[in-house]
Design a protein around this ligand. Structure first.
Ligand code: PMP
Length: 444
């Protein structure tokens, strides 16, 4: 009997024993092409000798020094690298151990900033429906995924959710993309005005929505308008790039493509590329200075903040991304992946939409393309695609939408940036087979 408490208690998973390049291998020797980098984590693939060496060297040199007493070279140097390459004046970096810790810290920093700058009445957070910001209570409250929240709702703080910018389902037929973006952003202003502008502390959003919608970027102009609205009312803009950041979309930071700089930016996943658990929250010098000139102490912390081995892994990952031009590779190999998906699935009767940026692509499955009607939830289509793909030796990330705001089933792809042309072909082959198999069994 296994004593591990697995995610799905009714179906224990196979044992993964080895990773190499874009593949994982289980104890029976079966190979799985990692088409989703787990969950948008393994941007460099598996078994990267350079990152492994960096982790080994740091472990031998200094495995741990508590940040209550010390800083460390890898933490300092990784922060320098991130600050140098981050947009605008996001020049202070707070290291944590993962995505939920990053978004949780961002919410607390926003609150402390207003307390320390004499605006303690600012307490409301606005976020978006069909978003995911993590599973700890604050992050879960900010997220707008009804299914994940349902049983914990009584424990969650009150967050106000507006609609996401989700062109495929929410743009009206006679509306231009630009007009739709402005309409979607207007919901933020309306909500701020309804709550009282002086009472809102932050708006949180993913620049490209990952798990919950499936690689959905905003239309051009949406985030620029969001930035303007936040500035008008003194609301902090928190962007969650836990999934879409660190080069995945073909920009080191996804918000660069939208031409905006947030006040606080959250990253994780690709930062450690799976070699170490690490996340980070970047904030502007202005926010940092408010804390420095106030109490001088961010009232937040975890034992493993700025962990030397985790930051050494992050430092090696970022150095490699930059030195080997892997962000540009994510952009052009992403275009190739997108073209291969369009060629194979563009006319598929149950593929409603193909979208994404770089190595972050989404496929939306619908029962009826004409009217964009999702499959009924009882089909459990996403789960069937996942199972059929896994059986065929492909790891992809399908999710069933919660049907709030109409979204149905989608598949998220987030392969390693090093994926080859032949591996892209294998991915698309196996995925389209799995989709057909799953739809066949959903219909039957
Ligand atoms: N934010 C986003 C956008 C995510 O996709 C995730 C994880 N899927 C998280 C936050 C939470 O990250 P973690 O699972 O590392 O806590």
């Amino acid at each position: 009997m296994s004593h591990v408490f697995p995610r799905h208690t009714h179906k224990p998973p196979p044992t993964a024993v080895r990773g190499a390049g874009c593949y994982l291998y289980d104890a029976d020797g079966k190979a799985y092409l990692d088409g989703s980098g787990g969950a948008a984590v393994s941007c460099l693939g598996h078994g990267d000798a350079e990152i492994i060496a960096a982790v080994q060297e740091q472990t031998a040199q200094l495995a741990f020094a508590h940040t209550g007493f010390f800083t460390s070279d890898p933490a300092e140097e990784l922060a320098d690298l991130l600050a140098e390459h981050a947009p605008g004046d996001l020049n202070r970096v707070y290291f944590v151990s993962g995505g939920s810790e990053a978004t949780e810290a961002a919410l607390k920093l926003a609150r402390q900033y207003f307390v320390e700058t004499g605006q303690p009445q600012r307490r409301h957070v606005i976020a978006r429906q069909q978003s995911y910001h993590g599973n700890t209570l604050g992050a879960l409250a900010a997220g707008g995924n009804a299914w994940r929240r349902a049983q914990f709702a009584p424990l969650l703080m009150d967050v106000h959710h507006i609609a996401p910018c989700y062109e495929y389902m929410l743009r009206a037929e006679d509306e231009s993309a630009e007009a739709y973006g402005l309409r979607a952003a207007q919901e933020l202003e309306d909500t701020i005005l309804r709550l009282g502008p002086d009472s809102v502390m932050a708006f949180m959003a993913e620049p490209v929505v990952g798990a919950t919608l499936g690689a959905v970027p905003a239309v051009d102009g949406y985030f620029k308008r969001i930035r303007e609205i936040c500035d008008t009312y003194g609301v902090l803009l928190i962007l969650d790039e836990v999934m879409c950041g660190m080069g995945r979309t073909g920009h080191l930071f996804a918000c660069e493509a939208d031409g905006v700089t947030p006040d606080i930016l959250c990253i994780a996943k690709g930062l450690g590329a799976g070699y170490q658990p690490i996340g980070a929250m970047l904030c502007t010098g202005a926010i940092y200075d408010a804390i420095k000139d106030g109490s001088g102490f961010f009232q937040h912390g975890h034992t493993y903040l700025g962990h030397p081995v985790a930051t050494a892994a992050g430092r090696a990952v970022v150095r490699k991304l930059l030195r080997d031009d892997l962000v540009a590779r994510a952009a052009w190999q992403g275009d190739r992946l997108s073209a291969a998906l369009t060629e194979r699935l563009g006319q598929h009767p149950h593929v409603g939409d193909l979208r994404g940026r770089g190595m972050f692509q989404g496929i939306e499955l619908v029962q009826d393309r004409e009217i964009k009607q999702p499959f009924a939830p009882e089909h459990g289509l996403a789960g069937k695609v996942k199972a059929a793909a896994f059986e065929a030796g492909l790891i992809c990330y399908p999710m069933s939408g919660t049907r709030d705001g109409k979204n149905g089933d989608h598949v998220l792809l987030a392969p390693p940036f090093i994926i080859s042309d032949a591996e892209i072909d294998e991915l698309v082959d196996k995925l389209s087979g799995a989709i057909d198999h799953a739809i066949g069994s959903a219909a039957g």
